[in-house]
Design a protein around this ligand. Structure first.
Ligand code: GLN
Length: 492
């Protein structure tokens, strides 16, 4: 099989081909490397590669297969990770200068689980510095470009993870989502991206941005592949005190359960002003699909929606300001050569090491937590967060899932929003509430604009009901498979 055919396969197709012994894991790994060599000069999804290690893992998988010691369906399948997820012995920069020389001394729990499942872990993927942003323009190592239009952003902060799947550089990747950073780039790059329920996937070994919101989740071409990957990375972890002690159901086995009709809620607040017409039309068509399949569509109301972005920017920045205090020029980080005394070490190292957006957020967060302002900002934001959660609880008494656009617009051009933080912050207007409420949500590709830019819709589910959410998403995806449409960049 040619290497260009191989990179277009989904992970489950690759897994089938591997079990039939039609291909080897080494061939898949080589095909990915060839593709990265061919397109990554333009896309810049990868910050770091270790080809020798990557190929050695693939060979080891082939040897296991030869001996009949398979570790599971992901054995031999490449998975590339956002550069905030620790892999022992590999760099982790979080796309920041401050971590440019840092090597992870241990594996994140998701990394350990992937290794135990035999996945072939390859490459570190670009992002907005410390996952703060919606376009990857905040990476200290240069932006990632959208494989559908190199003049456009891939979304963010997990823009490297979404672009790598779209550009067929990796069949599966992991990202992290604090306010939309998996779903928004998935939507802008035409791939599937899922944020699990808070507590479903361990955060141990994830460079923290906002600990009460961060979750790791999968990117893939299909919902079926997302289920496959999520099944491997989910589950209780004693190393993360917010990890939920529950059994992980077999998401892949339950995928076809959506045969029975369900009730989908359309929140009226998500279909208001500011949404691009082509996005609206594509999402309307997806809603129509569900209706024609016999599912019931009802209008619902989430009145706190308009409060979500301001609440998020108080809470996320507050948590970021304390999480990022550890980068002090002493441990982990690059120390300023200009430092002459202890205060200098902190101030100059952070001043030189952090980019503008990270500094803006640390200052904003520290301000919101400071005595005198704490009650007015942080406490009030936490109370409003409870109202947002209650809004969802009320709606979920009557519906099985909520359907919305993932992002208000398709991919935008570089520079279009980077001078105006507020307009950038608004690209997550449909995704942020979900993180504040801790709920699972998935972005599924649902078509293209006339200019051939991808569009995605979002399904939000009840907490810990990933199985049902995935099966509802799969019901659409298996009929449409927009994530399997290949950008022309890949074909050229
Ligand atoms: N774009 C949002 C922000 O800038 C969300 C980021 C994320 O989910 N990591 O904070």
């Amino acid at each position: 099989m040619s290497s260009s055919t191989l990179v277009e396969k989904t992970a489950s197709e690759l897994s089938d081909l591997l079990s039939k012994k039609d291909i080897s894991s080494l061939e898949i790994a080589q095909a990915c490397l060839t593709q990265i060599d061919r397109v990554d000069g333009q896309v810049h999804a990868f910050l770091h590669r270790d080809d020798t290690d990557f190929l050695a893992q693939a060979k080891a998988s082939d040897e296991r297969r030869g001996k009949g010691n398979l570790l599971g369906p992901l054995d031999g399948i490449p998975v590339a990770l956002k550069d905030v997820i620790s892999v022992k012995g590999q760099p982790l920069t979080a796309a920041s200068k401050i971590l440019q020389n840092y090597i992870s001394p241990y594996d994140a729990t998701v990394t350990r689980k992937l290794k135990e499942a035999g996945a072939v872990i390859g490459g570190r993927l670009n992002l907005d510095e410390f996952a703060m942003g919606s376009s990857t323009e905040n990476s200290a190592y240069g932006p990632t470009r959208n494989p559908w239009d190199l003049n456009c952003v891939p979304g963010g902060s997990s823009g490297g993870s979404s672009a790598a799947v779209a550009a067929r550089e990796a069949p599966l990747t992991l990202g992290s989502d604090t306010g939309g950073s998996i779903r928004q780039p998935a939507s802008l790059c035409g791939v599937v991206g899922m944020k699990p329920t808070y507590g479903m996937v361990s955060r141990y070994g994830l460079a923290a941005f906002a600990s009460s919101l961060d979750q790791i989740g999968p990117f893939s071409k299909t919902v079926e592949d997302a289920a496959l990957l999520l099944e491997v990375i989910s589950g209780h972890d004693p190393l993360d005190s917010t990890s939920f002690p529950s059994e992980v159901p077999s998401y892949t086995a339950n995928l076809s359960n959506s045969q029975k009709p369900c009730v989908l809620g359309l929140p009226k607040e998500y279909f208001g002003e500011g949404m691009d017409d082509e996005v609206r039309n594509a999402v309307d068509l997806a809603v129509e699909f569900y209706r024609t399949q016999g599912h019931k569509i009802v209008e619902v109301s989430l009145p706190t929606t308009e409060l979500a972005v301001p609440v998020y920017y108080v809470i996320a920045t507050a948590e970021a300001s304390s999480n990022l205090a550890r980068y002090d020029g002493i441990r982990y980080t690059t120390r300023s050569e200009k430092a002459k005394n202890a205060i200098d070490v902190y101030a100059k190292s952070r001043g030189e090491g952090f980019g503008e957006e990270v500094k803006r957020r640390c200052i904003l967060g520290a301000y919101g937590l400071s005595s005198g302002y704490y009650d007015a900002y942080y406490l009030r934001a936490q109370k409003t967060r409870t109202l947002i959660r209650e809004d969802f609880n009320r709606v979920f008494k009557d519906v099985d899932a909520i359907i919305t656009p993932t992002a208000p617009t398709p991919a935008f051009k570089f520079g279009e929003k980077s001078d105006d933080p507020i307009s950038m912050y608004l690209s997550d207007i449909y995704t942020i509430s979900t993180n504040l409420a801790g709920l699972p949500a998935i972005s599924v590709p649902c078509g293209f604009t006339q200019r051939k830019l991808p569009i995605g819709f979002q399904l939000i589910g009840r907490a810990f009901e990933e199985s049902s959410l995935l099966s509802i998403a799969h019901a659409y995806d298996r009929e449409h498979k927009f994530g399997c449409v290949v950008p022309s960049l890949v074909k050229e």
